[in-house]
Ligand binder design. Sequence first.
Ligand SMILES: [Zn+2]
Length: 294
Amino acid sequence: MVALCPICGADGIDMVYQGFIRMGRYGDSSDRSFCVPHCLSCDTAWLDEAFFDYSQEHYRKQVDGEASIEAYHRLHDRDQVNALEVVGTGEVRGAVVADIGCGGGSFLDAVKGFASKTLAIEPAAFYHEGLKKKGHCPYPGLEQALETHAGEVDLATCLSVIEHVDDPVTLLGRARQLLKPGGRLVVSTPNRNDWLLQLLPEEYGAFFYRAAHRWYLTGKSLEEIGRRAGFNIAQVRHRHRFGLANMLLWLRDKRPTGHDAVAVPPVLDAAFRGTLDHVGLADYIYAELKSTCS
Ligand SMILES: [Zn+2]
C-alpha cells in the first residue's frame, strides 16, 4: 500500500486509475491490472514499477518498432516544430545547448545551425555514433556531461523524458548544475489533465497509462518538481498536439484510429487546440525553468 508521495512526502493519496496499461505500442496491453496512485497535495501521479532499461535497444523496439537512428528521425523529426515554437530561436544563436534524453537527436539537429555547441545526453549508446556524425557531443548521462560542462550551458531541454526516469527531482537538479547562472531549462511531458482522459477515463486510460511512463504530471506537479530541483518557474504552457479529428475518432471508436479519417476545417481545429491550450486541458505541457543566479 502506498504511504507517502515520492515527490513531496505528503500522505494524502488517492487512485486516479486502476486497470490494464499499455506495455508498448497500441494493442500491447498488460496481462494484469495496475493502480496509479496520485498525491492530493502536489498532484503527481505515478506507477510504482519500472519496466525498461533505456540504454538497451529493447525499449526502442517495443515502443518505436525498431532502434535505428533513421527510424528515430522518421518518427520524431515532425515533433520538433512544437518544441522549437516553445523554446524560440531568439536566444539560441551562439548558445551552448544540451538536450537531455535526446534519443537520435532530432531537436539538436533543428537548433544546430544557431548553437555554438550541442551536447547530446542519451543513455542509448547505439545512437552515439550517429549523433557524433551529425556534429553533436554525445554523453551517456548527466553525470558524464557534468564532468566537463558544469555551469556552461545556456539552454537545456528535456523533452518527453521526465516521465520515464526513476527520480525526476534528481534529474532536474543535475540539469540545473549544467546551466550557467540565469540559464534556462525547458521540460515537456504529457498532461494528465488531457481532456480526452477525462472524457474516456477507461478506454483512453488504458492507452495513456503505460509501462514506459513512471510519472503522470500536470502543470502543477511539474512546477512542484522544478521548484524542488532548485528552479524558479518562468512559464508553464499547454500545447495540444493532436487535432479535433483525433478526439472525435477516439470518442467514436474508443481506440486510436489515425488523424486523417475525418476532415475538420482548419479554423475549427485551431479554435479547438487554442481553447484546450488556454484552459490547461491540452495533451502536453512545456515548463520553462530558470536557474537561480546564486
Ligand atoms: Zn506529492
